[in-house]
Design a protein around this ligand. Sequence first.
Ligand SMILES: Cc1cc2nc3c(=O)[nH]c(=O)nc-3n(C[C@H](O)[C@H](O)[C@H](O)COP(=O)(O)OP(=O)(O)OC[C@H]3O[C@@H](n4cnc5c(N)ncnc54)[C@H](O)[C@@H]3O)c2cc1C
Length: 466
Amino acid sequence: MHTPRTTLCWLRRDLRLGDHAALAHAQGAGRVLAAFVFDPTLLTGLAPDDARVALIWHSLLEIRQRLRALGSDLAILYGDPAAAIPRLAARIRAHTVFAARDYEPAARARDERVAALLAADGRALELVKDQVVFDTGEVLTREGKPYTVFTPYARAWRARLSPADTGSLAVRLAPDAFLPWRDDEMVSLATLGFADNPIGRAHAGEAAAAQRLAAFEAKIADYHAARDYPAQGGTSQLSAALRFGTVSIRALARTALAHDGAGAQAWLNELVWRDFYQQLLWHFPQVEAGSFKPAFRTLRWPGEEAHFEAWKTGQTGYPLIDAAMRELLQTGWMHNRLRMVVASFLTKDLLIDWRRGEAHFARHLLDFDLAANNGGWQWAASTGCDAQPWFRIFNPVTQSQKFDPDGAYIRRWVPELAALDARAVHAPWQAKALPDGFLLGRDYPAPIVDHAAQRERALALYGKQP
Ligand SMILES: Cc1cc2nc3c(=O)[nH]c(=O)nc-3n(C[C@H](O)[C@H](O)[C@H](O)COP(=O)(O)OP(=O)(O)OC[C@H]3O[C@@H](n4cnc5c(N)ncnc54)[C@H](O)[C@@H]3O)c2cc1C
């Protein structure tokens, strides 16, 4: 009797069952078993209640439940993928393991190891594009080189785009499409050494991502006007869903393309920024370790440790900075405008190495993504390829007045300032009058540095570089 060929689909940053490149390709090659591997090297050092682990866990449970309804399962494994994946592939006699291509240096090294071990056993690892609209060599300059400036990259990206690039990669959810299976290894969050986290749980799963996308679609027309005002909630907050692939980038691009108008255009542009940073990391993996611009690689940052602590905990005395840093600690998210402002403040007001800020974000952001985070930090620190010029330095007070004009965002995250009026709340130390009983330096810190003086120091520091 003919036995159908089996394939293994290794889920990583694509935790969903719909519009799924690796699953669609795997189904074209046989009956599929889906698997996920918790890699101890990635879990080491995370807080025991890390929201991202909970997000992954609950997303996996949703997938598992749906696959069990089809008589199959999601194999949830723990260990070095270089051992776990070839072992499982051998066990089910999968000729090919399918997975979505990952652009991070460590993931690339891991995938090369897995591919070599599979090959030694007569099997193949096939990596397919899923995480971005265009990857690796798909958008290059006329000379065949990677773009390092966003605007021409975005132009070329849009010129290349056809409906096929954003079409849904359909997955057949039928019992005969999946391998009959019952996972017997039963990893649990507790056995992984992690506790549940309500924030991770709230962001988990394909259904939640679809709801978030539908809610955003209703206001996409206003995105261009609302996107810079943190109190307005005008952005999609889909970054964690995209990071873990509970929604596909193609679904987001289709949504943007289905709407006319400046809002949808501006949003599509952000999706292009995401592709831009992914391809940058692929072509220039050295950005993970240091400045893209060689001139800034030797820069010595004179900032103080106490200032770094104040920045991390939201105690700098600059209300907008403190509000944003506290929101990050409490929710794992921060608005893009504020990511730019706090990153500029760390590097150009506190004169602290951007890599320390990058690492703090990496620890706390639910949507932490090496390519976007590194790109954002190098942009703000002016060390990146298409960065903010080094002599452009955000003024944290004018940014606050401009983008949180009535102080609503500040008051939400810095309750000590709730009674300050819209003029005083941006810079309490400059206020002519403060509410009765409010004492600066006791109830809220006085500014830890003077922006004007630090600006001059930053200009001197950056200006010294060759
Ligand atoms: C210093 C710094 C660090 C950052 N770190 C990260 C990070 O670790 N992970 C991350 O996903 N984004 C990062 N960003 C980019 C951006 O701030 C977030 O993607 C955005 O705030 C997420 O909110 P949203 O989903 O509501 O975005 P929306 O405005 O709704 O945008 C839609 C999607 O486009 C993508 N996107 C938007 N802006 C950018 C951008 N500038 N670069 C790359 N992709 C973008 C995101 O995937 C986002 O979900 C960083 C930006 C800066 C300045």
